[in-house]
Design a protein around this ligand. Structure first.
Ligand code: BGC
Length: 341
């Protein structure tokens, strides 16, 4: 790093030749190489070739995002009768809000990584007051790669004072392995019958809307591009998909999504213990970020499936609680499983 600190990167492999690279900077997934039907490996993730790129990373490629993933209206919330103001770093409609942990979120800090028997463990201590959050937070994020072709990402945290939390994995995927093209011909299935509509500032209105029969309906597999340009309010606000889909019930572990890409034959399934998944289609990519292999990532060249608690949950008492109290352990587990058609 410019200040002389060293950043370690780790490589995970499995018996089928899959290869994941992760780094202490931002507890980021740097790359994920997966074979296609012909057995050719390709990197399915967007990102950068060097640390200088990752140290800017305005789109949060590959990052572990926190303390609170996605948006908090005005950067404000109250907890146990006290009001808190968080750093604001985003304003989709001209009204500032808090996005992905603030100005210097978990994606922009140096974690401490160590190899373990099953993968890599990153730890980070977030002091009380960081980006405006109460409570000293101790966080552990682990990545492991199994011989069943599962990349398992887990986040755990404890606090010494009540705080709010929603740690999110923010990798952009392009299963073709060629992110110079849009992801619109991938087929997406999301195992949810409702989503959270937002206002123009991309903050949930608090309502839950059914997806059936709308452009938001991915209950059956459907090309991402099939309805992405439909003249429906959620899509016109976000210029594509950028919403939290809500699962019918909270389960220990459940399937969130299944994505397929016909030309490569690659399949990715996502499983999680969280109540929702944010499906984002890279609508803010515009070719200005030069990424790995010198590719300027065009509009919609990657999609994210960010398993999460609901955006702005601290300001909606009927949303699942995002509060973490002393003595409790925050636990988020997500599995990305790869296979072939
Ligand atoms: C959000 C988008 C945001 C993007 C930042 C996503 O998780 O939902 O609205 O622009 O992250 O890259």
């Amino acid at each position: 790093m410019p200040d002389g600190r060293e950043v370690k990167t780790f490589t995970l492999t499995n018996c089928n030749g899959l290869k994941a690279r992760v780094t202490e900077w931002g507890a980021i997934l740097v790359s994920m190489e997966v074979p296609d039907l012909q057995g050719n490996l390709a990197d399915l993730t967007l990102g950068f070739d060097d640390l200088a790129g990752w140290m800017k990373n305005p789109a949060y490629f590959g990052a572990t995002v926190g303390r609170f993933g996605n948006r908090i209206a005005h950067g404000k919330f109250s907890l146990d009768g006290k009001n808190y103001s968080l750093a604001t770093n985003n304003e989709p409609s001209g009204i500032p809000c808090h996005l992905h942990g603030g100005v210097r979120g978990f994606d922009q800090v140096l974690w401490c990584g160590q190899q373990t028997a099953s993968g890599v463990e990153f730890s980070y201590f977030s002091p009380a007051g960081e980006e405006g959050y109460p409570g000293n937070l101790q966080i552990k994020v682990t990545y492991s790669l199994t011989d069943q072709n599962e990349l398992i990402w887990q986040a755990e945290a404890t606090t010494d004072a009540p705080t709010i939390i929603n740690i999110v994995q923010h990798t952009y995927w392009n299963l073709s392995g060629d992110p110079s093209h849009s992801i619109e011909n991938h087929e997406m299935q999301i195992f949810a019958d409702a989503f959270l509509p937002t206002d123009a500032g991309m903050i949930p209105t608090g309502k839950l809307a059914g997806v059936t029969g709308t452009a938001m309906d991915f209950q059956n597999p459907r090309k991402i591009g099939e309805a992405i340009n439909a003249d429906e309010l959620p899509l016109t606000i976000a210029r594509g998909y950028d919403h939290c889909w809500v699962f019918p019930a909270r389960e220990a572990m459940r399937q969130a999504a299944r994505v397929t890409e016909a030309s490569s034959g690659r399949v990715m399934e996502v499983f999680t213990n969280q109540p929702g998944v944010h499906f984002y289609t890279g609508n803010f990519l515009d070719g200005s970020a030069i990424g790995k292999y010198g590719i300027a990532y065009p509009f919609r060249s990657g999609f994210c499936l960010e398993t999460e608690n609901f955006p702005d949950a601290p300001n909606h008492s009927h949303f699942p609680s995002a509060v973490l109290r002393p003595g409790e352990i925050y636990q988020h587990k997500t599995i990305y499983q790869f296979s072939l058609l």
